[in-house]
Design a protein around this ligand. Structure first.
Ligand code: B12
Ligand code: SF4
Length: 492
């Protein structure tokens, strides 16, 4: 009997909106026709490990490939891998994705992780599957990190493969209706990832270590084709692009928009402030006509000096962000800006500058959505990480530490227990956020009626104007009563 490969998505979110496991679809596409495989999504199953063990009763398993990002997914990947290894000691466990790409040495210390794969995993995973199935040497497998006589060996990184050379994703292997969401954009919102990586090198961003400033786009033709395929097969009326940067190439974005025009689809994607400001009005007209409803950008900070220290690069400045908010207001496209607050060495000033900048942004375009994150280091070269280390920061040495205590919240980037952030400061950010979200309720919350919005604004108005954010107990109570949401995010 031919052995089966399991592609496993450990639980990643409590949200009822289940994310399409695109990382696994990308790997699955490579296995089609050569290996039998199943995609097991823990977000959809009460006991996914029991499900895998039941499959193992029916036929031998060749390997289990885990996709692992830091945060809740890592917290589940660890006990799930332990349980699988105990039950099936002979089945190799392979980790890929953001966490093992950055922390393979820590993962491979454990006996329940056999192999890690760095960055873009399609070809490396296929080649490793062939070695496991038919034999062969591991030493020549670019992108692989493995144990060799008790030591962790890092093979050279694999050259990135252009996406148009990789096969289309086999949606038929997943229960696709579970992954279509009701959202601000539409009633059946699909998902896609049309480019890999990003050409920049911000020193707080995990993407840099994955791709080393490369950006590999699908052609506009292919990206539009995928969206139209989802529309024909699953009836999507909107799509969210999860690319780190959809808009690097203006001709690609313009052509994509032309291809989508008249299809009745709304869409959302991420792009850098400077790129979006560089686009001509003619391109913006096309984007608008194609159904672009919302654009997410990392504004990061309210201070140009902090942007420089983050190595944001290009022409991302606070003025450019204000200009973009203005421009998008003209097009009636909602700007969504994320900020990384609390940077060392002077988090207090950093936070104050950003809060006052957010107030300016809202005055220019009240529809602007604001997402606040706290700075958490990533292993990278650069000012921020060096300063973080100088202030006593270091990553855990074991997976057990990664999934315990303070580190559980570190990866969520909402309340990281970093040495330079005192609890009072963190609370002041959360208080500001509560007042801001009440005074400017998010446009993405479809449950929030006109009356509730008016009550919320009325309640929060005096605080916002007088800049008295501390202890907004009345807003907390209102929130409990009506459960209004923070601005819609997608995991960034
Ligand atoms: C979708 C998504 C989610 C989904 C979960 C998806 C899932 N699998 O269930 C949700 C929305 C739940 C999520 C949550 C979070 N996410 Co998230 N998420 C993403 C996002 C947007 C897309 C991932 C994706 O599918 N990419 C498309 C695929 C094709 O690419 P890929 O994942 O890189 O996969 C390739 C390789 O990595 C590799 N690979 C991946 N898995 C595997 C497995 C094996 C076996 C092998 C061999 C290879 C391999 O091969 C793949 C094909 O080339 C990424 C950003 C991005 N664009 O990648 C952030 C990202 C991964 N998320 C991130 C973070 C931090 C989070 C959070 C933990 C924190 C936060 N506040 O956002 C939260 C957790 C919150 C919560 N309550 O759960 C960070 C990770 C940063 C880091 N330090 O590593 C990213 C990079 C965003 C960012 N720019 O910061 N996320
Ligand atoms: S933060 Fe955005 S622009 Fe900067 S490296 Fe990461 S993906 Fe690229």
């Amino acid at each position: 009997m031919t052995p089966l490969i399991i592609l496993y998505n450990p639980w990643s979110t409590p949200s009822p909106k289940k994310p399409l496991p695109m990382s696994l679809l990308a790997l699955a596409a490579m296995l089609e026709g050569e290996f039998d495989y199943e995609i097991v999504d823990a977000n959809l199953l009460p006991d996914p490990v029991a499900h895998i063990l039941a499959l193992a009763q029916l036929r031998p398993l060749l390997a289990v490939g885990f996709t692992v990002m830091p945060g809740p997914q890592l917290n589940h990947a660890v006990p799930d891998a332990q349980r699988l290894k105990t039950a099936l000691p002979g089945v190799p466990i392979i980790w890929g994705g953001y966490f093992p790409s950055a922390h393979a040495d820590v993962a491979l210390k454990e006996d329940y992780v056999d192999y890690c794969i760095h960055s873009q995993g399609e070809q490396t995973f296929l080649e490793l599957a062939r070695v496991l199935a038919y034999g062969g040497a591991l030493s020549g497998l670019a992108g692989l990190i493995y144990k060799d006589n008790g030591r962790v060996k890092h093979n050279p990184h694999r050259a990135l493969i252009p996406l148009d050379k990789l096969p289309l994703w086999p949606y038929h292997k997943l229960p696709m209706p579970h992954y279509l969401h009701r959202h601000y954009l539409g009633n059946r919102v699909g998902a896609h990832h049309s480019s890999y990586g990003c050409p920049f090198a911000c020193n707080f961003c995990a993407v840099v270590g994955m791709v080393n400033q490369r950006w590999l786009p699908e052609s506009a033709e292919r990206a539009a084709g995928v969206v139209l395929r989802q529309k024909a097969a699953y009836g999507i009326d909107a799509v969210q692009f999860h690319d780190m940067d959809f808009f690097v190439s203006e001709p690609r974005a313009a052509e994509f928009a032309e291809r989508l025009k008249g299809q009745g689809l709304a869409w959302w994607a991420l792009g850098r402030v400077d790129e979006l400001m560089r686009y001509s009005d003619a391109t913006w007209d096309k984007l608008k006509a194609s159904g672009l409803k919302m654009v997410f950008s990392g504004a990061e900070s309210g201070s140009d000096e902090a942007l420089a220290r983050m190595n944001k690069g290009g022409q991302v400045t606070v003025n450019a962000t204000l200009e973009l908010a203005k421009r998008l207001r003209r097009y009636d496209i909602v700007p969504e800006f994320s900020f990384v607050l609390g940077n060392p060495p002077n988090p207090l000033d950093d936070i104050a500058a950003t809060i006052s900048f957010i107030r300016r942004l809202k005055a220019i375009n009240p529809a602007t959505e604001v997402i606040l994150y706290m700075y958490t280091p990533v292993p990278a070269d650069g000012t921020l990480y060096d300063e973080a280390r100088a202030l006593g920061f270091h990553f855990p040495d074991t997976l057990a530490d990664w999934v315990s205590g303070d580190w559980r919240s570190f990866s969520l980037r909402r309340d990281p227990h970093t040495p330079w952030l005192d609890p009072q400061l963190k609370r002041s950010v959360r208080d500001f956020e509560r007042v801001l979200n009440a005074y400017y309720p998010t446009v993405t919350d479809r449950r929030l009626t006109g009356l509730k919005r008016a009550v919320l604004r009325g309640l929060a108005g005096w605080r916002y104007h007088a800049q008295v954010y501390g202890y907004p107990l009345e807003l907390r109570a209102f929130h409990k009563l009506f459960q209004y949401q923070r601005p819609e995010t997608t995991g960034f």
